[in-house]
Design a protein around this ligand. Structure first.
Ligand code: ATP
Ligand code: MG
Length: 361
């Protein structure tokens, strides 16, 4: 989906704004503190129901106001007649009202299916440098969009894991766990297979993008399902029972999965510079967007905060070329127009933010 209309009210320093973004490249320019990242944050709320900067809605609601409201019209394809609307109102105490196509929706989890998003911001290198959680989320984003059973299976697995960990902490005998472990292993193995299937198809796309962005390195991407998959998960859970009981949590299983990315045989984050890490993350996220458009009728919207940071002119050009050719909807922020020169196309739209006032150029 692409956003064709976006309205914001009482969101950060933006009192009221309404824009009609382009189906392709959208550039948001403004000085420090003007409200550029806030616009991306608002779109992030519409795609995921949450901010990428804070867990607290009270920080996002405009000072002195009780709630913020966002409204958008989304279109599946260019020239498509069918418009889906999303309305989201969140109050300081986190009360949420969500309407999709005019109907009250119960769960924010419905949003990612409508507006798939990929966010790249100055801290995005943590995808490679931090623990496996972000990389699991990265993989699951893609699996969620292409495997219809993923969400329900993952929800079941999460419930089972909670139950298992509670039993481990209660100090009961293994016999009490055996039943749960059987089911946990069934669901866990399904999740691991879905992830493997997805990554087998995605990895060549990522490797090709990495070769374009960072030809000086030889990359290797490996999936680790979270346990030695040559052995049945039920068997391993049984063998590890005593250890898990001491730890108070389940130490093996799909909740421990990871993808490890090495450059020239070394963990990527140990050898790449910050700019190179940003490019590697861009390669990974752009590849997911590309894969999504090739394997579903969905389109991914890219949010790129501070487009030019860490990148020299030639790398900005390379990234811009990828974004333009992807035909995806893209929102980038920058302080000056010269920083996004490579993104300027005939069909791009430019917006200016000044003290929270958002206008089209
Ligand atoms: N709840 C709020 N109510 C009103 N103003 C807010 C609120 N939260 C943050 N602000 C202000 O909103 C402004 C916009 O912040 P934002 O991060 O969007 O700026 P930016 O244009 O991305 O700046 P930079 O170029 O430095 O990244 C900041 O000056 C901040 O003080
Ligand atoms: Mg910013």
């Amino acid at each position: 989906m692409a956003l064709v209309k976006l309205n914001l009210s009482d969101f950060r320093n933006i009192k009221n704004a309404s824009i009609q973004p382009a189906a392709g490249i959208n550039i948001i320019l403004g000085e420090n503190g003007s409200g550029k990242s806030s616009v991306l944050e608002a779109i992030h709320y519409l795609g995921l129901g949450r901010s990428f900067r804070t867990h607290l809605t009270s920080r996002v609601v405009q000072h002195g106001e009780k709630d913020f409201t966002l409204f958008s019209q989304c279109q599946q394809f260019l020239n498509d007649e069918q418009i889906t609307t999303i309305g989201l109102k969140k109050s300081k105490n986190s009360d949420t009202e969500l309407k999709i196509a005019g109907q009250k929706a119960e769960r924010l989890a419905e949003l990612p299916g409508i507006l798939p998003l990929q966010l790249i911001h100055p801290e995005s290198f943590t995808l490679l440098s931090s623990g496996p959680k972000l990389r699991r989320q990265f993989v699951d984003w893609g699996v969620f969009h292409v495997e219809p059973e993923f969400f329900a299976t993952w929800a079941k697995l999460t419930r089972l894991l909670k139950q298992r960990n509670a039993i481990l902490k209660s100090g009961k005998r293994y016999a009490e766990l055996a039943y749960w472990d059987k089911e946990f292993a069934v669901q866990g193995t399904i999740i691991a297979q879905m992830r493997r299937r997805y990554l087998e198809q995605l990895n060549p796309i990522i490797k090709s993008a990495l070769a374009d962005f960072l030809p000086e390195y030889d990359f290797d991407i490996r999936y680790h399902p979270g346990w030695d998959s040559d052995i049945e998960l039920t068997e391993l859970l049984k063998q590890n029972f005593m250890r898990d009981q001491q730890l108070g949590y389940t130490s093996l299983g799909p909740q421990k999965a990871d993808i490890r990315i090495r450059a020239n045989g070394v963990p990527a984050h140990d050898i790449l510079s910050r700019g190179q890490l940003k490019l590697a993350v861009c390669a990974m996220r752009l590849s997911q967007g590309l894969f999504l458009s090739q394997h579903s009728n969905k389109r991914c919207t890219f949010l790129i905060d501070d487009f030019s940071s860490e990148l020299d002119v030639s790398k900005r050009k390379l990234l811009a070329q990828y974004l333009i050719e992807s035909k995806a909807q893209v929102f980038v922020t920058a302080i000056e127009k010269s920083q996004v020169a490579a993104l300027l196309t005939e069909s791009c739209k430019m917006f200016h933010v000044e003290h929270g006032k958002l206008t089209e150029f």
